[in-house]
Design a protein around this ligand. Structure first.
Ligand SMILES: CC(C)(COP(=O)(O)OP(=O)(O)OC[C@H]1O[C@@H](n2cnc3c(N)ncnc32)[C@H](O)[C@@H]1OP(=O)(O)O)[C@@H](O)C(=O)NCCC(=O)NCCS
Length: 184
């Protein structure tokens, strides 16, 4: 699992590297990017560095995690997609969540959906997870749009107790997923 990487038509999904810290910190310092994440607070360089350590530890401990995303032609970090455990929302636990975050200059090119489709496939087919949820704050139309394009189904509307914001939970089960199993 340590060397896992996935390719789509335009993107590489891979484990995190030291050189991702700087562009990821710039993304997480952008209020527009962070607007619908938790309380909407931006993150410092130190917090971003710690997040990457947590992402990488999760890969080692759980065998799944968040992928850093690169545009294949450019070899440059543009954001992340992948799997995590949404422990901030105890009412749906145990669960595995798919999420995404891109730097602003890479929005509107279909990259989030392209990457997330591959990560969803990885979770449901390669890892054999029974289902995967996605959670977004209801004003986050861009995220809702990605979720709908992934063919996920409404599960519930509830409150994120960590920031008292209204979220919706969508879900996709392996049973209702038509992707093909891959051999890697
Ligand atoms: C959520 C987020 C990742 C969505 O990014 P995005 O670029 O809007 O998402 P997509 O990949 O679906 O691309 C959107 C648009 O790109 C356009 N596009 C341009 N070229 C394209 C191509 N080659 N293929 C597909 N779509 C393309 C499409 O018009 C598409 O919109 P549509 O589906 O309405 O037609 C982004 O807004 C973000 O990082 N937000 C901040 C972080 C965040 O809120 N994360 C989620 C927390 S729940």
């Amino acid at each position: 699992m340590t060397s896992i990487s996935l390719k789509t038509e335009r993107l590489l999904l891979r484990r995190w590297r030291a050189e991702d810290v700087e562009p990821f910190a710039a993304m997480c310092a952008d209020p527009k990017v962070m607007q619908f994440i938790g309380s909407g607070a931006t993150r410092s360089l130190e917090q971003t560095e710690k997040s990457i350590e947590v992402f990488e530890r999760q890969w080692e401990e759980k065998g799944f995690g968040l992928f850093a995303i690169e545009v294949l032609d450019e070899s440059a970090f543009i954001g992340f997609t992948g799997l995590s455990e949404p422990s901030f929302l105890p009412e749906i636990m145990p669960a595995v969540e798919i999420g995404w975050r891109l730097s602003r200059e890479h929005w509107g090119q279909g990259y989030a959906t392209e990457a997330a489709r591959e990560a969803l496939e990885f979770g449901l087919k390669d890892l054999d997870l029974p289902d995967i949820v996605s959670i977004f704050q209801i004003e986050n139309e861009a995220s809702r749009n990605v979720i709908v394009k992934l063919g996920m189904h409404f599960d519930r509307r509830t409150n994120d107790p960590t920031c008292d914001r209204v979220v919706e939970v969508y879900r996709k089960s392996a049973e209702h997923h038509e992707g093909k199993a891959k051999t890697r």
